[in-house]
Write a new protein. Sequence first.
Length: 83
Amino acid sequence: MSEEVRFNVLNHVNVPHHAVLPDGDAKELLAKYGIVREQLPKIRDSDPAAKVVGAKAGSIVKITRRSPTAGVAVAYRLVVEAI
């Protein structure tokens, strides 16, 4: 956990699980959907959850939520630098 993070927001019940996607998995994801990184929704590197998982600009974060209808819902975000 980053030194500048005062507490782990991922421990809160309403915050979904965040994880940095390894480069190999990121390439597979992009190939599967036929997209480039910039087409993914964005998350700032200053986001508290991104800080906790150590996400850097250019990496992809996998967000896994529990869903009452789908069971588990997975989303991906491209980490961008905060302005």
